[in-house]
Design a protein around this ligand. Structure first.
Ligand code: FAD
Length: 416
């Protein structure tokens, strides 16, 4: 590795980048992380899934996360027109963690990055990667530091964990359409003011279907300390009549659902709402000879099942294993060892996201005669993030299984 600034350069110090960096330094490799922002910085993606606890544990980061006082998350609760369907992660089919956390990402990401540094990764904040050149032996990254100074750094391999920055997909022309219609999201943090006696259990994420438009939905993610994240997702044209003011639009939309309106009647709206759109993304390839794409820099589906951070951490764990073998001189096949097995779980989530927006998943979970316990446990495992557990029939054949189940749960055709 003579002449190299590091064995591996990681672009971005979000969850994927921090976990990959830690796993690689633990295996004795020199890792340099280049992060455009200075932490703490805001990020969306606050409701974790139990599956991601495994990767935090593997990276040696679970203890600091547990000690941070984040809100526990024990399940997912869906609500439509006052009807509830709840999934308790303690009652899932797959073996694994039965709960997780809901986290303010500014703090969570800072904790993970600090832990990666403590373990030996070097992180340069305020360094934005702008170009890359690959040769037969290494990669040369051009970046700009916080004072606008250009810098160039050389490494044997590049892990792109730049999230929505999508550095390598843009530079290498790997971006492809996601296959989902364009959607947008309005969101903010509030002092939620939900009264203790309201019956609302803060240990859940609450996903609410809009009372009229079934492809429009809200999230309510309680944090510890009386605050919550609140957002709504719809196709951009849906938001047009609500005007340009994001906060006013979000407040107006909350009043349209009686349950949310009641729950948040005493909320204090102290943070201007933000808007994001066009976040779903896909690539033509997840890895090449000297690079791999992690987390959102690869594929991002949709926020509805809170799968983003879990996929990001899973990809970091898998890529670190393959890269470690490569750096130790073994021959590896990134397609077979990384891209394909990662894609299996992403495709499981994709089948559920498709079924959410076309209404089948809602017909299933809000059906008047709930499914047997075994089936609910299998679905619960997916909602807990265990989307790679091949012993679950809903992982092995998600599209067929969802469709078969929906045949039993679909609304009666109107006759006469
Ligand atoms: P990120 O967390 O985005 O980190 C990427 C890092 O790279 C950033 O720090 C950025 O500053 C840095 N970077 C970018 N460009 C450059 C550059 N040129 N040079 C250097 N550094 C750079 N996920 C969940 O798990 N739960 C949820 O509840 C959830 N809700 C969501 C709601 C919405 C509306 C959206 C859009 C997404 C949601 N997600 C959720 C997804 C979640 O935000 C992402 O999946 C997750 O943050 C991905 O992590 P990452 O490490 O891949 O990237």
């Amino acid at each position: 590795t003579a002449g190299l600034d590091a064995d591996v350069i990681v672009i971005g110090a979000g969850p994927a980048g921090a976990v990959a960096a830690a796993l690689l330094v633990q295996r004795g490799h020199r890792v340099l992380v280049l992060e455009r922002e200075h932490f703490p910085r805001f990020s969306i993606g606050e409701s974790l899934l139990p599956q991601c606890m495994e990767y935090l544990e593997e990276a040696g980061m679970l203890a600091v996360v547990r000690a941070a006082g984040f809100q526990r998350k024990k399940g997912a609760l869906f609500q439509r027109g006052g009807v509830y369907s709840g999934f308790d992660f303690g009652e899932q089919f797959s073996r694994g963690f039965g709960e997780t956390f809901q986290v303010q990402r500014a703090r969570f990401d800072q904790l993970l990055a600090a832990e990666a540094q403590r373990q030996g990764a070097e992180i340069r904040f305020g360094h934005s990667v702008e170009a890359v050149e690959f040769s037969a032996t290494d990669a040369l990254l051009s970046c700009r530091d916080g004072r606008g100074q250009a810098c160039s750094l050389r490494a044997g391999f590049v892990l792109d964990a730049s999230g929505f920055g999508r550095v390598l997909p843009r530079l290498l022309d790997l971006e492809r359409p996601s296959g989902f219609p364009l959607r947008a999201s309005l969101f903010t943090h509030v002092v939620d003011g939900i009264p203790a006696g309201s019956g609302f259990d803060r240990d859940n994420i609450l996903i609410t279907v809009h009372p009229i438009h079934r492809d429009v939905w809200y999230w309510l993610i309680p944090f510890s300390g009386g605050r919550a994240s609140l957002g709504v997702v719809a196709e951009p044209s849906f938001f047009e009549p609500y005007g340009e003011d994001n906060s006013a639009a979000l407040q107006a939309l909350v009043t349209e659902d009686p349950v949310l309106d009641r729950l948040l009647a005493q909320a204090h709206w102290d943070t201007p709402a933000r808007r994001l759109s066009g976040y779903s993304a896909r690539v033509s390839q997840l890895a090449g000879e000297r690079f791999a794409l992690l987390g959102n820099a690869g594929e991002f589906l949709d926020p509805v099942f809170s799968s983003g951070v879990t996929i990001a951490l899973r990809s970091a764990s898998m890529a670190a294993q393959v890269l470690d073998r490569q750096l130790r001189g073994e021959s590896v096949d990134w397609q077979v060892d990384y891209a394909e097995p990662l894609q299996r779980g992403v495709d499981t989530f994709r089948a559920f996201v498709d079924a959410w927006y076309d209404g089948r998943f809602q017909d299933i979970i809000f059906h008047a005669r709930p499914q047997g316990n075994d089936i609910r446990r299998m679905i619960c495992s997916i909602l807990a993030g265990y989307a790679w557990d091949e012993s679950n029939p809903y992982v092995r054949q998600p599209v067929r299984r969802i469709d078969t189940l929906w045949q039993y749960c679909r609304p009666e055709p109107v006759t006469g």
